[in-house]
Design a protein around this ligand. Sequence first.
Ligand SMILES: CCCCCCCCCCCCCCCC(=O)SCCNC(=O)CCNC(=O)[C@H](O)C(C)(C)COP(=O)(O)OP(=O)(O)OC[C@H]1O[C@@H](n2cnc3c(N)ncnc32)[C@H](O)[C@@H]1OP(=O)(O)O
Length: 173
Amino acid sequence: MQKARKAQESLTVMTEMVFPNDTNTLGNLMGGNLMRMMDIAGAIAAQKHCNRIVVTASVDNVSFKEAIPLGSVVTLQSKVTRAFNSSLEVGIDVWAENIPAGTKIYTNKAFMTFVAVDQTGRPIEVPPVEPETAEEKELYAGALRRRQLRLVLAGRMKPEEAQELKQIFKLDA
Ligand SMILES: CCCCCCCCCCCCCCCC(=O)SCCNC(=O)CCNC(=O)[C@H](O)C(C)(C)COP(=O)(O)OP(=O)(O)OC[C@H]1O[C@@H](n2cnc3c(N)ncnc32)[C@H](O)[C@@H]1OP(=O)(O)O
């Protein structure tokens, strides 16, 4: 097994501005454009963790709680929460700032899964994550549950094999 790396080492902060080309007809950032930014911020954090090329394997639910208007400054913060064999879960948080008004709101959160691959596109092992803060430890613990849920939904795991999920719903193991 490779040497563990601290979650903090993957921390990535990305700042973008919303230009007219990024918006819908209401003058707000298009959801797809935001997801593109999230994909890039997530992939950079994953690559910082494993020093490998990564591909996006899946995106968990993304909800668009607040519209992000033209001219906003968008800050994306991403960090690896946990690594498995070749896959890594990355948490991405998004804020939108109106600089002239002096306001900043929390707009989005998502978990994305990236897989480290070699030059031929085959999955390769990644280092484990060492969580340090209480928040990192909580995210680390929850990552196993989220992994099982997404693998069940992707048809890659049988529901009866998802032990962590069964414990939440207090189903017989
Ligand atoms: C270095 C310093 C910094 C450098 C700074 C550079 C910055 C640079 C920025 C670049 C920013 C743009 C980055 C965009 C990144 C794309 O947008 S990549 C394009 C979109 N994605 C793709 O094209 C991926 C296409 N899919 C595939 O290639 C294959 O399905 C995969 C993902 C490699 C998996 O292959 P597979 O044959 O199914 O492999 P398998 O061994 O069964 O599974 C491998 C792992 O994938 C997991 N997995 C597979 N499917 C799923 C799923 N649906 N959900 C969750 N996990 C899954 C498995 O659970 C398994 O996990 P582990 O148990 O190994 O941990």
